[in-house]
Design a protein around this ligand. Sequence first.
Ligand code: SF4
Ligand code: SF4
Length: 391
Amino acid sequence: MAPLPEYLRLGKGDTLPHLAAPEVVGWETTLRCNMRCRHCGSTAGDARNIELSTAECLSLCRQIVDVGIPRVCLTGGETLLRPDWRLILENLLVGGVEVGLLTNGWLFTEKMLKELAAYSEDRFYISISLDGVDEVHDGIRCLPGSFERAFQGGLALKEIGIPVAVITTMQSANLDCLPDLRARLFEELQPYCWQLQVANSFGRAVENDDCRVNQVEYARAAVFACESRRLSKGTKTKVYVGDCLGYLGSLEGGLRDEPWPGCQAGLELIGIQSNGNIKGCLSIIDDRFVEGNALDEGIRKVWDRAGGFAFNRRFKVSKLRGVCAGCPVGERCRAGCTASAVSVNGAPHEAPFCLRAVEEGKLASAAKPAAARGRAAKRKRRQYAESRASR
Ligand code: SF4
Ligand code: SF4
């Protein structure tokens, strides 16, 4: 076998190589939030029982710099509620890290905008969550006036020279309103990037049926994303789709510039929770996927640990289940988004949504009633936990 390039590592027993150091970290700085969004997979609101102190956050910043991680996305909860958000941001920027900050935009007061303006020369951008226009967004976010405040804040940020991106979570409750949002974005806000994704079945989304999508709505969301990418040509906005949409079917060329490469959790990226716990990706809410702790053990040790991130690093085609079993592109796709699979099926390696599987007429099992899916997920969670425990 040809030697691996210098930037890749293949641990003993691994089937897939990973980067020598993660390229991106999603850092949940706090679970505290000033909103109670109906689709929130993390059930954000109150802080976790234990969250990193300022000193611990600064120590984590040093680790990120020392390990050589080039990009961090600060998320929550709502990072701007942390009194020390500027310290965290500055320590990363000084270390040469590019920083994105994801916010719901409620705190875009004049004072806050002035504080943010101090970073307009830095490698720093802000992503704002917008899930519709006016009362549709406000209804999902359970906060009247939240659309207007976030939208106007986005315009103000652009005025002061901070690049603005928008993230939209498509769900049953906002599908009809998405063309209106698109018009407002392309014509008024003109973010440099618009990411379209669908909600996973975690957290509050589990209780709120209209905050998820069914199979038909999933396909509709994908078609909307393709159409938006086409219509964005000639605008200032580049449209991307989240990892939850795909995979490798006839719409793939319309969804992505490059075909879906498979989930990169634990291969190229990690997520760090506000208590320091490390996962392959923050979107995998299930705590069975905690690989270690950034403060107790350190990012380097967790990243290099033999047998870590096994759901991806030790992937084998024989692990594929459900509609993914026997899929002709299964080796490359690895069952789409791990978070999505875990959220619906209780374990990785079985995609609950897949446009290719729909085209091949293989998605009948995913159309089972919610109660049956819930029972199956519980059973699979138990089986998956047992198989991990016996490794
Ligand atoms: S069936 Fe599964 S493995 Fe095949 S393309 Fe769809 S998600 Fe990927
Ligand atoms: S779990 Fe999903 S969102 Fe996270 S890296 Fe994998 S594909 Fe992307």
